[in-house]
Design a protein around this ligand. Structure first.
Ligand code: 0O2
Length: 283
């Protein structure tokens, strides 16, 4: 069985040693090849067992969020989240993520170095629902928060916004209780829309004008942030039953975004004028 220009025996060794690990950085791996690797190592059952446990932990977290959604929607007359998605990372993406971290594919490395094998994403309408839902989950006595990353308060350089919790949650098997990690992401609908598009770009190779697109995405992330804030303010006014007009003081971010809009419009008008001049010269 060959993988790129390596056969499996070589591959297995390459995964084990630092020297040969670098060889792997150039080779893509398929699901079938990972399966073969596990067969060779006699770890098929162990891997399946591990993935089953992540899957159970994911179901637990998903159920917890769904229960909260039901209760909170009765209490506040709206759903804290609009939809929920969950997924178990595929073996190929696990392999890729370990490779990005410079680690060989092994069950130990998966358990010790990856915290998003089981991932759950709650998509909310409003930013305050994100924090309310996350607080309710964090308070539960069988949930331990290992890491909290607030990319809403501090967005990534790319413009990415979301609240991430890595939680440890017990699952009960026939004769054992085991703790498994689950990554829970909370986003607004607008943040999710942005992240899906940006994710597509990140994983697509050979994109023309990638830098310009990243700039545009960053700009759109700011607009999305403003939109989320405004939607929340509108909802608060509706909830308060207060129909009076109100003035919103723009934040420095909003001012920056409108300046940027003006700059882009000016640039486009100039480009159009230039194109028209060239057309006239050609005539
Ligand atoms: P995929 O394909 O979505 O699964 P760490 O856990 O700290 O070692 P990690 O996992 O990069 O490092 O943590 P981080 O930055 O919190 O990212 C976890 C996940 O959040 C990512 O998983 C993405 O799903 C999402 N994410 C983080 N940053 C960005 C971003 O800039 N854009 C988008 N679209 N998504 C982001 P994966 O495994 O990287 O990707």
């Amino acid at each position: 069985m060959a993988i790129g220009n390596l056969d499996l025996t070589q591959l297995d060794r390459a995964l084990m040693t630092d020297e040969q690990k670098s060889l792997l950085n150039t080779s893509n791996i398929s699901q079938r090849e990972i399966e073969q690797l596990l067969v060779m190592r006699g770890q098929v059952q162990e891997f399946q067992m591990m993935m089953m446990k992540y899957d159970c932990a994911l179901s637990e977290v998903r159920t917890k969020l769904e229960v909260l959604n039901k209760e909170l929607s009765l209490r506040y007359n709206r759903n804290p989240f609009e939809s929920i998605k969950s997924r178990i990372k595929t073996p190929v993406s696990i392999y890729e993520k370990l490779r990005r971290k410079g680690l060989p594919f092994s069950l130990e490395n998966i358990q010790n170095n990856l915290s998003d094998i089981a991932g759950c994403r709650a998509i909310c309408s409003f930013v305050d629902d994100i924090y309310m839902l996350a607080e309710c989950l964090k308070k539960q006595d069988d949930v331990t928060v290992l890491v909290e990353k607030d990319y809403i308060a501090e967005p990534k350089d790319s413009g990415y916004r979301s609240l991430h919790l890595i939680v440890d949650i017990p699952i009960f098997l026939t004769d054992t209780k085991e703790y498994m990690k689950v990554e829970v992401q909370f986003r607004t609908i607008a943040m999710d829309f942005w992240a899906s598009l940006e994710h597509k770009m990140k994983y697509k190779k050979d994109i023309e004008n990638a830098e310009l697109i990243s700039e545009d995405l960053k700009f759109s992330a700011d607009l999305i942030n403003q939109l989320d804030r405004r939607m929340q303010q509108i909802r608060e006014r509706i909830d308060a039953g207060d129909g009076k007009p109100y003035a919103m003081t723009p934040t420095s971010e909003e001012r920056k975004a409108s300046d940027e809009t003006l700059r882009i419009i000016k640039r486009e008008i100039l480009a159009e004028q230039r194109a028209m001049l060239i057309d006239d010269e050609d005539d």
